[in-house]
Design a protein around this ligand. Sequence first.
Ligand SMILES: Cc1ncc(COP(=O)(O)O)c(C=O)c1O
Length: 400
Amino acid sequence: MFLLNRHPDHRQPLTQQDAVTLGLAGAGEAERFLGHRDNHAETPLHALPALADELGIRALHIKDEGKRLGLGSFKALGGAYAVMHLVLEEAGRRLGRSVDVAELHSADVKAIAAGMTFACATDGNHGRSVAQGAGLVGARSVIFVHSGVSNERVAAIARFGADIVRIAGDYDQSVREAARVAAERGWTVVSDTSWPGYERIPGLVMQGYTVIVREALKRMPKPPTHIFLQAGVGGFAAAVAGHLAIVLGEARPTVTVVEPARAACLFETAKAGHPVAIAHSKPTVMAMLECYEPSLVAWRVLSRIADAFMTVDEDDAVGVMNRLARPAGNDPAIVSGESGGAGLAGLIRSAGDREMRAALGLDADSRVLIINSEGATDPGRYAELVGMAPDEVTRERQPA
Ligand SMILES: Cc1ncc(COP(=O)(O)O)c(C=O)c1O
């Protein structure tokens, strides 16, 4: 399925609030916070000339977020950043002065953080980030997971010292349950999705993601003409597209939002022209994108900045994982988890379809940016779908 954005707000400027959330100052702050994390390193940006050739485009760059902060996904940038921010704000209130990130490990701030509990619902990756952030500042975290989250993913969250609450039901139900219990107990919800009256903290989470754009633009020979962004609730796509629009203005790339056909809440929202919750379908292999209601903030941004919405199928996602594991020519091998390559799956579909190519203006001069949003965050599942262990993938392609 493919749909051009015909919303009346399309190409209108971002609201003042969203422009602040995703603007230069916020992105700069997110980058500065990262500097205070032990395992911080810029993630690699790979050129894939052989695949670009095959797709009939000028250049293809893939930013590999599988390497982010030891967590295996870009989510490491959002939840943990919001937790750090919220602890410093609370410390500021209690100490009666502004408290800088450089003081994060001071005795005063630690004592305040120790009394705070952060909660969230997750498909896996976001919860890992919130748990890591809480561990970093010495706070408590309680992570709500639904019945579809694999034991391997749950164990990876618990490793950061989080308390896990497993609920019956799906992601959206776990979001509601986390919010309900947190309100009852006085915990702070750090959600990656937003709803009426709850926008600021998901905004901080999104602000954390803007670092991806800053790093990518620094390394790309020229800014991209097109970007394909995978979406669950849309926070990732909105943060990346929104920051690109702020930095590049009219020269921003054409933005296509890509979702699994089985969980296309933004596609249906775009079709309806307003946020809609969609009916539940069969589980998708793109487990991190399995969301049935868009984030309110994300939709507000994407209704203005996204140029097209499309879906990909289960086979497309698995095909991309395999293609990146065994690339053509001298392209580098990339470990891409089940949800990580959905944007690339969208590009491959679009590039092979005459009408979609024309609608997106995709041609021999196009320079496309893709973000591999996760590595093998569930290594067992990865090996099953690719027929190789994650470490075998990159080892095989090392230069002799
Ligand atoms: C690997 C991966 N890619 C993409 C997404 C989509 O992000 P969002 O839900 O903000 O659209 C997620 C969300 O969990 C994710 O884990």
